[in-house]
Design a binder for this molecule. Structure first.
Ligand code: PLP
Length: 398
């Protein structure tokens, strides 16, 4: 099969032109201009390391937080820059104190690494992890709301909710869930790894206790850029995973929260410094700014999903309103019995090696099946989904 057409915008990314890249969801992909920006920051650092860290770094990080805050509709002072969403989740969980028997609520569609962090912390404090099962296929968001609220008890102190789930690509009704949970005295840790650049976020209005999001996914910032937003009333108890000078540094006109998170030891902050460039750059590629980018990616993934469903004879597992820029589908019946979790699925290798397609394929228990997930970003073209559909049809004999 001849390789599919690429979007004219693909030239702005560093992606290999022979790769049909349908997995923006895992690690994102950074445009060339944003990578150049990052290199400039690294060059500036190495030109005068002491001046960079002692005189300039705090200001650069403040610029990054301000730029994020304008997109997130929140106070820049409530944002900490962290390397990734896993760190954001761990930072919160490992700062909190729990009583024996306290309940932490988590849907079964949560990202496994973050679920591991919950299990680890819960076992240390004697807290109980309550898993709620979200159906998949699913009819609509109300089922999610009802299922999660039904899992709340008098002992529930924390709930980890996704903006968009990783295994199932479902847009959670987090705008409804956060006030419902917080109103019942349950602090929400919003796992918005798939968040900024993918769904509009109004953090001050939302009122979640804690929100973490990757900037290297849908904002297309360099790898290792993410934020943790902590509501003001929780800031005194949340500390970075690495305790450093910030714990004792004189406060001046800032807060302990700011000091502690801004300095966690010597590290490469070039990814953070490049966040403003990423926020400004992507909207130069299309008319209509970030909302147009989100709409474009949504429309494209909806088209891609339909192409795959039609060609493979499978049903879409959720309404279009519940997908953003990623979509999970279950392989058709001929798709095999399933490979144990943690083992690479051979179909993923075949797609990569024989067809140059990068798309995740895995087996999952909830419900049991073999799944794959497509994504859409400005660099994708509708032909790429046709190409994937033909490759899957050939391999599965549909
Ligand atoms: C829902 C969700 N949470 C957390 C993460 C972890 O992101 P990272 O590996 O950048 O920390 C991911 C990554 O794909 C995710 O999808």
């Amino acid at each position: 099969m001849a390789l599919p057409q690429r979007s004219p915008l693909a030239k702005h990314w560093m992606l290999d032109s022979n790769c049909v890249f349908l997995n923006h969801g895992s690690f994102g992909a950074t445009p060339t201009a944003v990578r150049e920006e990052q290199r400039n920051w690294q060059d500036l650092l190495e030109a005068e390391p002491v001046r960079f860290y002692e005189d300039l770094a705090m200001g650069f990080m403040q610029d990054a937080r301000k730029s994020l805050a304008s997109m997130l509709h929140c106070d820049a002072e409530d944002l900490a820059l962290v390397e990734n969403a896993t760190t954001g989740v761990n930072t919160v969980l490992r700062s909190l104190e729990f009583n024996e028997g306290d309940e932490i609520l988590v849907p079964d569609h949560a990202y496994q690494a973050c679920r591991n962090a919950i299990d680890y912390v819960a076992s240390r404090w004697g807290a109980k992890v309550v898993t709620v099962n979200i159906p998949f296929p699913i009819d609509g968001p109300q089922v999610v709301i009802d299922t999660i609220i039904a899992g709340v008890s008098e002992r529930t102190v924390l709930a980890m909710i996704d903006t968009v789930t990783s295994p199932t690509g479902l847009r959670m009704p987090f705008e409804e869930l956060v006030p419902l949970l917080e109103g019942r005295g349950v602090s929400v840790l919003l796992d918005a790894a798939h968040g900024i650049g993918m769904v509009p976020l109004y953090l001050d209005n939302l009122g979640a206790s804690y929100t973490t999001s990757n900037c290297h996914k849908w904002l297309c910032a360099p790898k290792g850029s993410a934020f943790l937003h902590v509501r003001k009333d929780h800031q005194l108890k949340i500390h970075p995973l690495t305790i450093s000078h910030g714990m004792t540094f004189p406060l001046g006109d800032t807060t302990r929260f700011r000091h502690e998170f801004d300095w966690t030891g010597t590290r490469d902050i070039s990814a953070f410094c490049s966040i403003p460039a990423a926020i400004e750059y992507l909207p130069t590629l299309v008319e209509g700014g970030w909302s147009a980018i989100m709409q474009h990616n949504h429309d494209l993934v909806v088209k891609g999903r339909k192409i795959l469903c039609d060609r493979l004879g499978i049903e879409a597992p959720c309404p279009e309103s519940m997908i953003t820029c990623i979509a999970t589908l279950r392989l058709p019946a001929g798709g095999g019995a399933g490979i144990p979790l943690h083992e690479p699925d051979p179909l993923h290798q075949v797609l990569q090696e024989k067809y140059n397609i990068q798309v995740p394929v895995w087996s999952w228990e909830s419900p049991k099946g073999r799944y794959f997930r497509i994504s859409a970003q400005l660099y994708n073209h509708v032909d790429e989904y046709h190409y994937l559909a033909e490759a899957l049809a050939a391999e599965l004999g549909c």
